[in-house]
Design a protein around this ligand. Structure first.
Ligand code: ZN
Length: 133
């Protein structure tokens, strides 16, 4: 029997995904608020901060927050897609080969879209494209 036919198991996974989505959305909102507040305080101080060291660390913090937000956005998207797959009855099926994803993998990474073998291939391909561009 396919693990995804097990309603109880699927409900547990769904609850974990929803919890994760809420967490990520909260972090995302916090990050956004930080960037807005930071932009505001820079506007108040004028374009040049009174202390050069403050300006440098402000810029670094803002860049760090922007990177964080991008990562959070990507993770959120993966979680949302996984919840969509549950709703549409496609959860736990590898998007590449169409075979069931390993149960242990789904329990470890509930938003996984690929089986272990295809995830490995996918990551290598992404890495290869990053290097060649
Ligand atoms: Zn696969």
């Amino acid at each position: 029997m396919n693990v995804t036919d097990n309603r109880e198991w699927l409900e547990t996974i769904r609850a974990r995904l929803e919890q994760r989505r809420e967490e990520l959305e909260r972090q995302y909102q916090q990050g956004l608020r930080f960037l807005v507040a930071e932009g505001q305080s820079q506007a108040d101080e004028g374009t040049v901060a009174s202390h050069p060291a403050d300006a440098a660390s402000d810029v670094m913090m803002a860049e760090y927050q922007q990177t964080m937000l991008r990562t959070l956005e990507e993770e959120l998207q993966e979680v949302r897609l996984a919840l969509e797959r549950i709703m549409e009855g496609r959860y736990g099926i590898c998007v590449d080969c169409g075979r069931p994803i390993e149960r242990e993998r789904l329990e470890a990474v509930p938003w996984a879209a690929r089986c272990i073998a295809d995830q490995g291939r996918f990551e290598k391909e992404v890495e290869r494209q990053r290097r060649s561009s």
